[in-house]
Ligand binder design. Structure first.
Ligand code: FES
Length: 160
């Protein structure tokens, strides 16, 4: 039996440098992960959906650039705060703006030019395009309406 003990060879300079490089990169990686773990909750707190929704709900008017050029008999869907809304330029040159969320189960409604109605594709709901009155199908209430002010180069839509 031999008592043969091997001693590890001394590290050369390249191995020492790569070990230091690895430790440095690992330290940066752990630091970044730590910062991300600490920073994400702060980011979420500052951009909380409730805060964003509250700010969007506080919107009282929207200016639609160049919407005054909307052709008669057509509609434009836009966002009023967090909700879709609809601006309609009627064939008699009157205008209306309505909430575009169906009062039945919340689908987004569309303007049917041929029938001159606002229709909901989900369950066949129908609304008057000038007043928002529910005129057919299951929707229990009219659509909300907005005030419309047509200006040169834009249309201002505001809460009624
Ligand atoms: S969601 Fe519009 S008719 Fe049902």
């Amino acid at each position: 039996m031999s008592d043969h003990v091997t001693t590890p060879a001394p590290l050369d300079m390249d191995e020492e440098m790569s070990r230091r490089g690895f430790i440095r990169i690992a330290t940066y990686g752990v630091s970044l992960a730590y910062l991300g773990a600490m920073g994400y909750p702060i980011y979420r707190y500052l951009n909380a959906p409730v805060e964003t929704a509250t700010a969007a709900a506080a919107v009282t008017n929207v200016t639609l650039d160049k919407a005054d050029a909307l052709a008669k008999g057509s509609a434009l869907i836009f966002r009023f705060g967090v909700r879709p809304a609809m601006l309609i330029h009627h064939t008699d040159d009157t205008w209306s703006a309505l909430d575009a969320v169906c009062t039945h189960m919340g689908c987004t409604v569309n303007f049917d030019t041929a029938q001159n109605k606002i229709v909901c594709g989900c369950h066949g709901g129908e609304f008057d395009p000038k007043t928002g009155e529910n005129i057919g199908g299951p929707p229990p209430r009219p659509l909300g309406t907005f005030k419309v002010e047509v200006r040169s180069g834009s249309v201002l839509v505001s809460r009624a």
